[in-house]
Design a protein around this ligand. Structure first.
Ligand code: COA
Length: 294
């Protein structure tokens, strides 16, 4: 809005008081939501729109409806370039120490918490996750990791909200190939929160999300010395192969898994419970690739 010419007038001019810009912002958000919810809307023209100090209202409006889209079934959000935040993948869970956490897709506004989490990783955890020591995470890198295209990437974070302070404890991420059928999994839990079942649960939930997205197989690459991650992969049903370059590749065929993911269950899971349990079997992938974001 600030980049439009009319913005100068909205701030007030001559004897006109400033318009209620906050209300206008809310109106734009609601208007966008309407376009998100109704792909049948082909054109909408609101003109004029009055915004005063306390009020905002449309004096006239014209809407063109796409008859074809009304008649045919539309996949939700198929008409959008960027898929909206998939709230249905949020679920509550309880750490082995009794703390309640929220597992949810990463959001752009997570950047400060993501940085704080990264700073709590030990050098060893970073090396095992990225195959190198990374000390600095520039803003561009953080934006890349937090601002994802939900159609092409799955990134589930564990959020703890304690004493009014929110923190991220770990993240599991699957970067999908362009065909959306295969993806590379990577995961990390901040050192103070390891050993509480979180790594297992993050991977488990990420697998469920991938199944729901009709991903057919996922793989992870780990250093062969990373026995903890390798045993976690095995436990989750991955098949692990040790490669000659010192890495291990874990592969999971999701088509073979009968379990049907039920999003409603997740939404209904507003109450914490559930336990970490999983199954068994792991495997890693090749070196020399750009590491998957955390
Ligand atoms: C691998 C990792 C994610 C596991 O996270 P976590 O939260 O500790 O995982 P869990 O608590 O679910 O434990 C998973 C398994 O690790 C092992 N484990 C966990 N804590 C352990 C510890 N302190 N000592 C030895 N083994 C341990 C256990 O075998 C456990 O299985 P169990 O449930 O049968 O006991 C974590 O160690 C990590 O972030 N490592 C660095 C990054 C990395 O290696 N990523 C994988 C490559 S992409």
């Amino acid at each position: 809005m600030e980049e439009t010419k009319v913005y100068q007038l909205l701030k007030g001019y001559r004897n006109m008081p400033p318009a209620n810009v906050k209300m206008l912002q809310e109106l734009l958000v609601l208007f966008s939501q309407m376009l998100v919810d109704f792909p049948e809307l082909k054109e909408v023209d609101v003109n004029p729109l009055f915004v005063s100090e306390n009020d905002a209202f449309a004096f006239d409006a014209r809407i063109v409806i796409d008859r074809r889209k009304v008649l045919e079934h539309q996949e939700p959000h198929k008409h959008l370039v960027i898929t909206p935040y998939p709230k249905r993948y949020e679920t509550r869970w309880r750490l082995r120490d009794g703390r309640d956490i929220l597992l949810r897709p990463i959001k752009p506004e997570d950047e400060p918490m993501w940085l704080e989490m990264f700073q709590s990783f030990s050098e060893e955890s970073v090396r095992l996750r990225f195959f190198q020591v990374i000390k600095d995470t520039p803003h561009e890198m953080r934006v890349r990791y937090c601002n994802i295209d939900y159609d092409r990437e799955v990134a589930i974070v564990a959020e703890l909200n304690e004493d009014g302070r929110k923190r991220l404890l770990g993240v599991a991420r699957v970067g999908l190939e362009p065909d959306g059928r295969t993806g590379e999994l990577a995961f990390i839990v901040a050192d103070p929160w390891q050993g509480l079942g979180l790594g297992t649960k993050l991977v488990d939930h990420t697998i469920d999300v991938c199944k729901d997205m009709k991903v057919e197989s996922i793989y992870a690459i780990m250093l062969q010395e990373n026995t903890r991650a390798i045993s976690l992969m095995r436990k989750m049903g991955f098949e692990v192969h040790f490669l000659t370059d010192g890495t291990a590749r874990a592969v999971l065929d999701l088509k073979e898994e009968e379990e049907q993911y039920v999003p409603e269950e997740m939404e209904a899971a507003e109450e914490p419970p559930v336990r970490p349990e999983q199954v068994e079997t792991p495997a890693p992938q090749p070196a020399g690739k750009e590491p998957l974001p955390t």
